[in-house]
Design a binder for this molecule. Structure first.
Ligand code: ADP
Ligand code: MG
Length: 535
């Protein structure tokens, strides 16, 4: 007798006669059966199936309350689909009909009493062997299914990754091609525009008074248009210009650049939004960073582009968040907004030059500049956006552009040409303007009040004053008037924010040479200086 199957099996005996139960228990005990439970109450069978988990049921047929036939049906429905639980019917009823009916109802085998103990054990063994084979098969099936599922999952993962990599590659190639095309076009246009502007200058020299005013004005428009076009071309060329070998890069504190960009763009995100009755909240979470070797004005310009886009994306207000971190030797800058977000199509194309969803209000060059910038430094930009669910731009500047050196105070390297006094009550603003001027080779000195300007003007010679309009004590306009009263002929440029009342009244304040509005870029500043010095 192979006891092993009996030993590891669990038995449930169901018979209303306690003596029958005992007989079977004794039999199983002698055969060293594993685990035996029994009941004389057939109503307990279904719950015992669940609690005892038998491998075989020894079932009597004629019992009070629930007879064996009914139990057979109940067991069948109670078992999970596909489970093979052998049921051996043991009964004193020897009629062929009973036998047939029991087998029909799902009994697996049938023995009549009085029982021959050897036969009982042999039948039990056979049934149990089938049961265990069945279980083993089920286990193997499940394992196989798990494996297939796992493999399918892995394959799907790989496919998704592959697809993403492919898309990224295609996108990069497209951007590269567009960039090359743009810089090629820019180059050709530049040559054409140089001719137009050059001959235009020559012609305008001849015109003087021989040409009627109307035609002169038309010609002027023509020249202005060409001038504008040349600016666009210059920007384009700038984006995709390759990094030059001997480019002078200085350590830049990215966190400070972020703070400056925030302050410089405040007229747009704070004042203008406030005027419309909405609120844009700016949050920063800036980690300690190594220095970035590059150009501070460039970094600020890139950030300004991102800020303007975020503001455009939050017409109802929202949160604009800056996060920096230093990861694996790289500097990571995250700019995120809670704005309208982008569709998949939009976010996959937004870095392309001239791609805009803003119609005439957009140029589609802001993000192209961002992309050109990170490319030039060998970094990357990742766009994460969902329609109506905000946008995050992640800029990674590679470790090759990152150095653990302190930021040098700007200037000193450059050739001094103009001596400029810069006044603004906000330190960060006067600092950024001083920096821009120093980058252009000027000697710029920051001061914090108009009174101090007047004092400095009296002390030594200066070539230019650049002043904020809204300052406590004395405004830019008041400074202009006071300078002229004191007989100073030093040119004066006044900077105004959006909220300044002067804009609405219009016009440059008396005594000032030029009024320009914030945010000030290196370019507008350069142009403004050229304009006032020409006069
Ligand atoms: P522009 O701002 O002139 O349209 P950009 O190159 O700066 O050009 O941006 C291109 C396009 O990318 C935008 O027109 C806009 O559709 C989308 N975009 C850029 N930034 C965001 C943002 N923060 N949220 C939603 N959409 C954005
Ligand atoms: Mg933009």
């Amino acid at each position: 007798m192979p006891e092993l199957v009996l030993k590891k099996a669990r038995f449930l005996i169901v018979d209303d006669e306690a003596s029958n139960v005992r007989l079977l228990e004794r039999l199983l005990e002698l055969a060293k059966a594993g685990y035996v439970v029994s009941t004389t109450d057939p109503r307990r069978v279904i719950s015992m199936l669940l609690s005892e988990k038998p491998d075989i049921v020894l079932l009597d047929l004629h019992m009070p309350f629930v007879d064996g036939f009914t139990l057979l049906s109940q067991i069948k429905t109670a078992l999970p689909l596909g489970e093979y639980l052998p049921i051996l019917v043991l009964t004193a009823d020897v009629t062929p009909q009973t036998r047939q009916r029991a087998l029909e109802k799902g009994a697996h085998d049938f023995l009549t009493k009085p029982l021959d103990s050897d036969e009982v054990l042999l039948r039990i063994r056979n049934l149990l062997e089938t049961r265990f084979l069945h279980l083993e098969l089920q286990r193997q099936n499940e394992a196989l299914e798990r494996q297939v599922k796992e493999r399918t999952g892995q394959l799907e993962d790989t496919l998704v990754r592959l697809k993403a990599a492919q898309e990224q590659l295609v996108k990069q190639e497209r951007l590269r091609a567009l960039g090359m095309m743009a810089s090629g076009i820019a180059h050709d246009f530049n040559n054409a525009l140089t001719m137009v502007l050059g001959y235009g200058e020559l012609l305008s020299g001849f015109f003087k008074n021989e040409v009627p005013a109307r035609e002169r004005e038309q010609f002027q428009h023509l020249m202005e248009a060409a001038e504008d076009a040349s600016h666009v071309v210059a920007r384009l060329r700038d984006f995709y210009r390759p990094a030059e070998q001997d480019e002078l890069r200085v350590p830049v504190d990215v966190n400070i650049a972020i703070q400056q960009a925030i302050v410089l763009t405040a007229p747009r995100w704070r004042d203008k939004s406030r005027a419309k009755g909405i609120q844009i909240q700016v949050e920063t979470n800036l980690a300690k960073l190594p220095s970035f070797l590059g150009h501070a004005p460039e970094v600020r310009e890139i950030l300004t582009n991102l800020i303007f886009n975020a503001v455009d994306a939050m017409p109802e207000g929202g949160v604009l968040r800056f996060t920096t971190s230093s990861e694996d030797g790289c500097i990571v800058i995250r700019v995120s907004d809670t704005g309208v977000g982008m569709t998949e199509e939009e976010s996959s194309r937004c870095l392309e030059p001239f791609y805009t969803t803003k119609g005439d209000r957009g140029t589609g060059l802001g993000l192209a500049a961002v992309y050109g910038f990170v490319q030039r430094y060998g970094g990357s930009v990742v766009v994460e956006s969902r329609k109506w669910n905000g946008t995050t731009f992640t800029l990674t500047l590679p470790s090759s552009t990152v150095k653990n050196v302190p930021v040098e105070p700007p200037g000193n390297l450059s050739v001094p040409s103009l001596r400029v006094l810069v006044v603004d009550d906000q330190e960060i603003i006067r600092q950024v303007i001083v920096e821009m001027l120093q980058a252009e080779g000027h000697q710029a000195v920051p001061v914090e009040s108009a009174q101090e300007v007047l004092r400095q003007l009296a002390l030594s010679t200066w070539d230019l004053v650049i002043s904020d309009q809204s300052m406590p004590g004395m405004t830019g306009a008041q400074l202009a008037a006071e300078m002229r009263v004191r007989g100073s002929t030093v040119p004066l440029i006044v900077l105004t924010g959006f909220g300044d009342e002067m804009r609405t009244k219009g016009g440059t304040p008396q005594g000032a040479d030029l009024l320009i509005s914030k945010p000030v870029t290196a370019n507008t500043l350069k142009k403004a200086i050229a304009t006032v010095l020409k006069r």
